[in-house]
Ligand binder design. Sequence first.
Ligand code: SF4
Ligand SMILES: [Zn+2]
Length: 371
Amino acid sequence: MSQYVETPPTSVQELRRSIGELSLRLRTSRPQERAAEPRFVAYDSIRLPDGRLVGRKKVILMSGGCSVPTCTMCPFTNENNYGLEGAASRDGLLDQVRATLTRTDAEPAYEVLSLYNDGSFFAPKEVPRDVQVEIARLVAAAGVGRLVVESLPQFVTERVLAPFVEALGEVRLEIGIGLQSADELVRETLVNTRISQVSFERALKAMCGLGVDPKIYLMVKPPFLTDGEAVTDVVQSVDYLTGLGVAGMTLCPTRVSRNTVAWELWQAGLYTAPNLWTVVEAIRRVHERLAVRVACVNLRGSDFESVFPDACEACADKVVDALMRFGETGNPSDLPEDCTCRPPLDVMALDHEAIAARAARHMAVLERTGV
Ligand code: SF4
Ligand SMILES: [Zn+2]
């Protein structure tokens, strides 16, 4: 009789599991529930795909947050009612949306409504299915021109989208998907987001079939990568998305926030947010190679406490302003020139074996220091 031998998991699978577990373990829930009121409301202007500059209202609903909060840099569970019973109550969500859509004389005019829930709008655990459709009806009745929500792609199927789009009527829908990276090791293990290539491409197809605009977020320097690898990762990811016909991409330079794996790595001296000049280099390369429009998320966000990408005192503010301007115009002459502080950047191919080995070493350091 042969002896039963358990097959050891491959090292990348093991790494993925241990990073995901640590991510979840670092999450904390509040002792007391926060009130069912949007946790963030702001007004600004954005450029639509047709080139028009229009007003936008951006709202982050108070909710139970992401139902799959494994990502190594994501701080949203610090800001909402993560882990608390009944945090995604349907009345609480609908009341917040009704209040959001009630226009007052003092309110700036807006055509675009970005309605975020710190997670996946189309995940039924986060926003129940009937509440999703009711929100679409409310938005359609309020005279909004364009609605933006975010979701992991596995929740974006034709079956779910079709009734939603129908209830939206004339309102154009845009769905933001945080793909983060086209590289499987980077995306599924280092960022540890639950997005497979298959589910992503399926979601894109469903969106395309229903006239929904995708907006894909890519990270600049996920945890465990170097600045040089981060540039390659962005270039390859933009290549991949361009090949799929995606035009709307936004780069998100990593911010380091509490209760995340990124924070623990930073505390241990094993990771820093990308240098601002790395972000500039990544944009330059994708712009030159592909002539796509790449915007950068606000590098001075005020929605939660975190350590931002930085450069030196003399240039940091100028670089951030220039990146924001470039996001508006798409004109490479708006990108900043140079500064003596710019560190040498060793842009290199993604050596999966070396990266996985480094990530395993860094995880072992965290474990030894009792994280
Ligand atoms: S980045 Fe998105 S999917 Fe990942 S933990 Fe945060 S909300 Fe969830
Ligand atoms: Zn500088």
